[in-house]
Design a protein around this ligand. Structure first.
Ligand code: CDP
Length: 219
């Protein structure tokens, strides 16, 4: 029987660099990659498109239960209104439960028969894949993260004001950290990388060194 897939969990707050690291690790290792934030964004978008209020649990739950793969490629998932609504629907235990099977299925049987999967989010190492062989938690100061997010938004042609981005990001982080179910927190056995003073290449090198150390010591 083929070896069980290697699972890499990459968690962290907004704009900590987790998406970039997860994508680069997956590319480098030939693993499949799932950006789990897209699931919550797509649920929020669907609830809003149907005229629902994302804070209305019924609408969000319906959207989560009927989510389809195509919704993850939907337009506008990175818009600020969707970003903020995503963290509102993400606090709903029913929504989180409805999305669990898909995420675990992806890790257990990565698409394309890949030998492993990299999942990035907030609760991958703690709740979704607590047995992941490699767990990374990326962090950076709120100011550094807000500057990164401003740059990202401007590159996409959006109008971004630093003070507003910082304020919205801190509100979202607080919502993610303080919720009762699957709050944003490093798993006990996660390797924490503070990327405040690192560029993307440096953070990637740290992440890969940790992956190598973990997977070699387990062989
Ligand atoms: O890219 P960024 O880090 O700003 O956001 P994201 O990863 O796309 O996640 C958007 C929102 O979805 C977060 O603020 C969380 O509330 C929620 N989320 C979650 O609760 N659990 C996950 N595994 C991933 C995202």
């Amino acid at each position: 029987m083929a070896d069980a897939p290697v699972v890499v969990a990459v968690d962290g707050p907004a704009a900590s660099g987790k998406g970039t690291i997860a994508r680069r690790l997956a590319e480098h290792l030939g693993f499949a990659h799932l950006d789990t934030g897209l699931l919550y964004r797509a649920v929020a978008r669907r609830a809003m498109d149907r005229g629902g209020d994302p804070a209305d649990g019924e609408a969000a739950l319906r959207a989560a239960r009927t989510l389809e793969a195509g919704d993850l490629a939907g337009e506008g998932l990175r818009e600020e209104t969707v970003t903020s609504a995503a963290s509102v629907v993400a606090a709903d235990p029913g929504v989180r439960a409805a999305l669990l099977d898909f995420q675990r299925g992806f890790a257990a049987a990565p698409p394309g028969g890949a030998a492993g999967a990299v999942l990035d989010g907030r609760d991958i190492g703690t709740v979704v894949c607590p047995d992941a062989q490699v767990k990374l938690f990326l962090d950076a100061s709120p100011e550094v993260r807000a500057r990164r997010r401003v740059r990202e938004l401007r590159q996409r042609g959006a109008n971004a004001i630093y003070a507003a981005v910082l304020r919205d990001m801190e509100a979202r982080d607080a919502r993610d950290r303080d919720r009762a179910v699957a709050p944003l927190a490093p798993a006990e056995d996660a390797f924490v990388i503070d990327t405040s003073a690192m560029n993307a290449d440096e953070a990637f090198r740290e992440a890969l060194a940790h992956f190598d150390a973990r997977t070699t010591s387990q062989k």
